[in-house]
Design a protein around this ligand. Structure first.
Ligand code: SAH
Ligand code: SF4
Length: 383
């Protein structure tokens, strides 16, 4: 039976099966899904009139009941090192950030999943913004769509600028599960962006039940934000650890990568904070903790932001930490800071979140003790 939907359906965020169901629901053939997805994702089209292999009658029908709408681009900045950053406004009115990092022949897009974040890790500027909203699947895949269009590569699958996607922008992706999974499915679909499952990575601070659930529905790569090698310290830095401590967390991560097979491993992210988690004893504890976890380690020197209360360790301290892990047989890389001049580094993504948790008031109160309190961000969050 044909049911024309009441409001316009945004086709941007539909996975292939959802798109097929949509066409069936308006009395059309399922193969239309593939045609339209290619126009949207390969050619960056947002106008049905441009879909030349779709007949006029269907185009008119689509115009009446559907739309292709990405988040609004508020700004696009290009750094001297080629890094790009977009600020986009989502339906809730908040702004989130997307970052593109070209490096060693790869192009990695760092995508946001929520406006703000409820998890309040102590060293993360997104956490300081509090939480406003989950992004829709269209708003998540829309960040890939916008970035891809900015490179003008048509069709997107040939000579592609975006080779990898990491769900490491603003927000905790596992707390916006369905929308993040749908968007990642479109990233991997040949009718979408055709990115291999190994090159789509979800990063989590450790929402244990959702790690298991993720393994049941998708096979993307997994990164764990570890940041501390013992529960006492991790409880302070990553508060969700109080709910899901290290033993249950690492067990869930091991289950996830074991299910992937094919010698795939967990990425362990570890933000180095001077004098807090960067001492040799921390490296030793980490070696013991990860002894039976198939993983590679990515050290992230802390990226400072105003009034964080933390500092980045010296290069010597970073190298010493890396050496200790390396000598124990670990594959360890240190993430270089990119896009410094446009505030695009990990943990510097603030967007402009309309905090519903009121948590940002605490942060702003600290900032107001200083004469620098009248920053645009502080003002925006207060309003
Ligand atoms: N919420 C998810 C993904 C987004 S954060 C998570 O926590 O994994 C992406 C990475 O940047 C995480 O490992 C996070 O802990 C780290 N990060 C956050 N703030 C940082 C900062 N100021 N400097 C360096 N890394 C930071
Ligand atoms: Fe949220 Fe990740 Fe930041 Fe923690 S590090 S507050 S989970 S975005």
């Amino acid at each position: 039976m044909t049911t024309i939907p009441a409001g316009k359906v945004n086709l941007l965020g539909l996975t292939q099966p959802e798109m097929e169901r949509f066409f069936e629901s308006i009395g059309e053939k399922r193969f239309r899904a593939g045609q339209v997805m290619k126009w949207i994702h390969h050619f960056g089209v947002d106008d049905f009139a441009a879909m030349t292999n779709v007949g006029k009658a269907l185009r008119e029908k689509l115009e009446a009941c559907a739309e292709i709408r990405g988040p609004e681009v508020v700004s696009e900045n290009i750094s001297a090192d080629g890094t790009r950053k977009w600020v986009v406004r989502v339906a809730s009115g908040s702004c989130v950030e997307t970052v593109y990092i070209p490096q060693n022949g790869r192009g990695t897009l760092c995508v946001s999943s929520q406006a703000g974040c409820a998890l309040d890790c102590s060293f993360c500027s997104t956490g300081k913004q509090g939480f406003n909203s989950d992004l829709t699947a269209a708003e998540i895949i829309g960040q890939v769509w916008i970035a891809n269009k900015s490179f003008g590569t048509v069709p997107a699958k040939i000579d592609r600028a975006i080779t990898n996607v990491v769900m490491m922008g603003m927000g905790e992706p596992l707390l916006n599960f369905d929308n993040v999974v749908a968007a990642m499915q479109i990233m991997m679909d040949d009718l979408g962006y055709g990115i291999s499952k190994r090159k789509v990575t979800l990063s989590t601070s450790g929402v244990v039940p959702m790690i298991d659930k993720l393994g049941e529905v998708i096979d993307v790569s997994l990164a764990l934000s570890l940041h501390a090698p013992n529960d006492e310290l991790r409880n302070q830095l990553v508060p969700i650890n109080k709910k899901y401590p290290l033993d249950v967390l690492l067990a869930a991560c091991k289950r996830y990568v074991a299910r992937l097979g094919e010698k795939r491993v967990l990425t362990v992210e570890y933000t180095l904070l001077k004098g807090v988690n960067d001492q040799p004893e921390h490296a030793e504890q980490m070696i013991a903790l990860l002894a039976d976890v198939p993983c590679k380690i990515n050290l992230i020197p802390f990226n400072p932001f105003p009034f964080s209360g933390y500092e980045r360790p010296s290069n010597n301290a970073i190298r010493r930490f890396q050496d200790l892990l390396h000598k124990a047989g670990h594959n360890v890389t240190v993430r270089t800071t990119r896009g410094d001049d446009i505030d695009a580094a990990c943990g510097q993504l603030v967007g402009q979140v309309m905090d519903r948790t009121r948590r940002s008031e605490r942060y702003i109160a600290v900032r107001q003790l200083s004469s620098e309190a009248q920053t645009p961000l502080a003002v925006a969050n207060r309003n």
